[in-house]
Design a protein around this ligand. Structure first.
Ligand code: LLP
Length: 424
């Protein structure tokens, strides 16, 4: 059987028929920990991070891991130990990142709907910056900071109205999106912020979308943002940092997004050409740091031949891997142990009672009941979006480091899923 190429940067390799992540056999992991099981490679994460570090070396800069991509504590710990800051979007994420050893001063808080309680929590923790997304939010943050007798460091998220050319659900930088402040009113928003005694203007930010595979939208967003920086500074408001958000795509299905260092070489040229290269540079990558560092192992329960279609029914489902159901996203699915059984064209589906519960459509697979499959490129936006739908406990997670495998999350039991509920 002709296997598709394994995703770039995944640290997956075959040794004979057997799929390994770094030096660890994935069949062995499935036997030891059961399925569904997420397995992550530490080396793949650090390698992805290194590309950004190379790209930004020699500059005043900080990489904030967008932890919504995968917020498991041990993953956060890897990035904290590597010196990263974090991009958070809730008070819960702040609690989590501090529990994992993240430094509050390196945390930036994004999101359109921060509550007063979350603002208070973040101000007390002493986070590095609030990325404010609207004028009413500026006013509320000002009030909360004054109540606490402090000032809140802020940047305003500007909406550059650039098409990131990605799935509409993950495109965020267009006029019709709920994110950011329209670029036409940005200077005015900065003037208002500068006059509020509870706020301290420190930067500007933008984020145009996710799974971006073209360099063009980034360059356009950079140009628009620099226009705004010039206008804001001309109005007498200095900005210390520029935050370009996240969004760089990964190889799910043969996509060839630019490498982070190549992307930054071009962005830095633009910045330098416009005389802004000395500013503190901040970024918020999520998917590109963890997406291809993870796989989800799942056992084949039944092969069900159908009149129109064959189904390969596996023990992972849309509650573990929501991206296909939500975005019709593609994830490669490969056998963990390749065998010479006949190839079947089938839909790979889970046990959840929804027709939307599919993981892959019309796949050519060589598998029989009891085999273990690996769903690839599942390090980002899978476990962090997992649910307990159908009272399915969430999967266990393992982090591989060379030849060592660490269990970083135990499998959730049915009892865990209703532990906080009360009978009448
Ligand atoms: N910064 C902000 C303000 C964001 O909203 C996001 C992602 C990021 C950074 C990180 O973007 P990344 O580097 O991961 O592309 N669940 C969807 C993706 C949602 C992205 C939301 N915002 C998916 O599975 O494709």
């Amino acid at each position: 059987m002709n296997s598709p190429a394994l995703p770039m940067g995944s640290q997956l390799q075959r040794s004979g028929p057997e799929l390994h992540l770094e030096q660890v056999s994935l069949s062995q992991m499935a036997r030891e920990h059961g399925t569904p099981l997420f397995v992550y490679s530490k080396a793949a994460m650090l390698q992805a991070l290194a590309a950004y570090q190379r790209g930004l070396s020699g500059r005043r800069s900080r990489i904030h891991y967008a932890m919504k991509a995968n917020s498991s504590l041990a993953i956060l710990q890897v990035f904290a130990q590597a010196g990263c800051g974090f991009d958070i979007v809730s008070g819960g994420e702040l609690t989590r990142v501090l529990a994992a050893g993240g430094e509050p001063g390196k945390v930036i808080f994004s999101g359109v709907g921060k509550t007063r309680a979350e603002m208070r929590q973040a101000l007390k923790a002493g986070i590095g910056c609030f990325n404010v997304e609207s004028l009413p939010e500026l006013a509320v943050l000002n009030e909360v900071a004054l109540e606490l007798g402090t000032t809140a460091p802020i940047s305003i998220r500007v909406n550059p109205n650039v098409d990131a050319k990605t799935h509409p659900y993950i495109s965020t930088g267009l006029k019709g999106n709920k994110f950011g402040v329209a670029h036409e009113v940005t200077v005015q928003a900065y003037q208002q912020a500068a006059e509020m005694p509870g706020l301290r203007v420190v930067g500007i930010d933008c984020h145009i979308g996710s799974q971006i595979t073209d360099i063009g939208p980034y360059l356009d967003a950079m140009d628009r943002m620099l226009d705004m920086v010039e206008a804001i500074e001309a109005a007498g408001i200095p900005l210390d940092h520029l935050d370009f958000g996240g969004g760089l795509g990964i190889d799910y299905q043969g996509e060839r997004p630019p490498q982070a260092d190549a992307l930054w070489a071009q962005l830095l040229d633009r910045l330098d050409a416009r005389g802004q290269g000395q500013k503190m540079l901040m970024i918020e990558p999520g998917r590109s740091l963890v997406g291809n560092a993870g796989v989800c192992l799942t056992e084949v329960l039944y092969i069900k031949p159908g009149e129109q279609k064959n189904f390969c029914i596996v023990d992972a489902a849309m509650n573990d891997l929501p991206r296909p159901a939500m975005y019709e996203a593609y994830h490669q699915i490969v056998p963990v142990h390749e065998r010479a059984t006949p190839v079947l064209t089938c839909d790979v589906v889970g046990p959840v009672c929804e027709s939307g519960d599919w993981l892959g459509r019309d796949r050519s697979l060589s598998a029989v009941a009891g085999d273990v499959l690996a769903v690839l490129s599942t390090g980002a936006y899978c476990m962090s979006m997992a649910s307990n739908y159908n009272t399915r406990g969430r999967a266990a997670e393992v982090l591989v480091d060379g030849s060592q495998a660490h269990l970083i999350r135990e499998r959730e039991s049915a009892f865990d899923t209703f532990a906080l509920e009360r009978l009448l």
